[in-house]
Ligand binder design. Structure first.
Ligand SMILES: *Cc1c(COP(=O)(O)O)cnc(C)c1O
Length: 397
């Protein structure tokens, strides 16, 4: 059994803060500063360029990729790190479309993160071959999977509401119709057990600065199903995905296996921070994390509905149907959230009216949930949110 009293001490959290935004930016693991210090002084400082070989930097995107693979049910050698999630979405989609040259439809849903949709739109325009980005309601996705679809591109857990798609079911339907699937796991990895192998995903992508706590700008990952890795064209044909980067050939030849999905120089300091942050996952059982997340969110919902009549639940009530976050709607949700943040309860706001709270059992327990609800109740009862200061929108909401 995972000892959640122990896991909370793996993190540095400001005294008195209730941090319910680990779904957006995870907190600092205590092991990270020393690891970064070592990386900077002993590796960069002492080894300089030789660090790529001597400190194993060049192999790290694959080594760390295998650690990520264990969290998403991916076999060794099927995940590699690098770039940002937005870039990896583009790469996965461009590669997938290439595998279905006769088809023209990319199917996604309104719950997908806008950046994923924007990248698809940009790719369609660049290709200029008549592709169509079809965006339907989340509950209508299954009905729209037909034999015109080249690729299903979905985010498993909705960033706003936490609603969860059934990866295995939708992917099976896609395959039945001859389509490929790309799963964005940004709000899944570290939040719930994921199995891309039994789920049948062809491609999966995700970021690491949310539930995996790698820090702002941490590297993203890409998974390609093993039966596709040696045939897929990486679309972003950078030198580090080349078969022989240091041959400096004029012609591009894709590297073997998942290495071909590498693009350029990986962000090594962030990779080191991620590597240290991943140690925490060796100490926990993802099924325990999931069970506790569901119980904590159930408690959150029960308490809010009993004490805050002005807000309505925006997330699925059935814990198995959502990720590890909960959203509540309020017409003045932005200002209410600012009043919460001013009291040290950190959640965030997603337009048009959702107050979003990430529930991360590694460092959040019943006391934090009850504390957050007490603040919310008080802020709503006293209209504390109703000031010009709290209504003023900041750049990041
Ligand atoms: C967080 C998130 C992103 C962000 O992409 P970056 O390139 O890391 O800024 C993209 N897609 C989804 C689904 C996300 O949740």
């Amino acid at each position: 059994m995972t000892d959640f009293d122990k896991t909370r001490h793996f993190f540095t959290l400001p005294e008195g803060m209730i941090y319910l935004d680990g779904n957006s930016l995870g907190p600092l693991p205590k092991s990270v500063p020393a690891r970064l210090e070592r990386m900077v002084r002993d590796e960069w400082g002492e080894m300089l360029i030789t660090g790529w070989n001597r400190a194993g930097w060049m192999a790290m995107p694959r080594r760390v990729g295998d650690r990520i693979g264990r969290l998403i049910g991916a076999p060794e050698g099927s995940v590699v790190m690098g770039d940002t999630l937005t870039i990896k979405v583009y790469q996965a989609l461009a590669s997938a479309l290439d595998l279905r040259p006769e088809r023209r439809v990319i199917l996604s849903d309104f719950g997908n993160f806008p950046s994923d949709l924007y990248m698809a739109d940009g790719l369609v325009k660049s290709l200029d071959r008549g592709h169509e980005l079809k965006i339907v309601a989340p509950e209508d996705v299954e009905a729209h999977i037909d034999d015109t679809v080249a690729c299903l591109m979905l985010t498993e857990v909705d960033y706003r509401t936490g609603r969860r798609h059934d990866m295995a079911k939708l992917t099976a339907k896609a395959h039945q119709m001859g389509a490929l699937s790309i799963w964005d796991l940004a709000h899944s990895i570290g939040a719930l057990p994921v199995d891309v192998t039994s789920g049948g995903a062809d491609f999966a992508v995700g970021c690491t600065y949310k539930y995996l706590n790698s820090g702002p700008g941490g590297p993203a990952f890409i998974y390609v199903a093993p039966h596709l890795t040696d045939t897929v064209r990486p679309a972003l044909s950078g030198w580090l995905g080349h078969e022989a980067p240091f041959a400096f050939d004029i012609d591009y030849r894709a590297g073997a296996g998942i290495d071909r999905m590498r693009v350029g120089t990986p962000p090594m300091l962030q990779m080191a921070a991620l590597d240290a942050a991943l140690d925490i996952w060796d100490e926990v059982d993802m099924h325990d994390v999931r069970a506790r997340s569901i119980a904590l969110i159930d408690l959150f919902i029960t308490e809010v509905e009993a004490r805050c009549p002005d807000v309505t639940l925006a997330s699925p009530r059935d814990g198995t149907q959502r990720g590890s976050q909960v959203g509540f709607r309020h017409p003045e949700g932005y200002a209410v959230m600012q009043a919460m943040i001013a009291r040290g309860v950190i959640g965030d706001f997603r337009a048009p009216d959702i107050m979003r709270f990430g529930v991360t059992p590694l460092y959040i327990g019943e006391a934090e949930i009850l504390g957050a609800v007490a603040h919310l109740e008080d802020i709503l009862k006293t209209n504390e949110w109703d000031t010009a200061q709290f209504r003023a929108r900041a750049a990041v909401t």
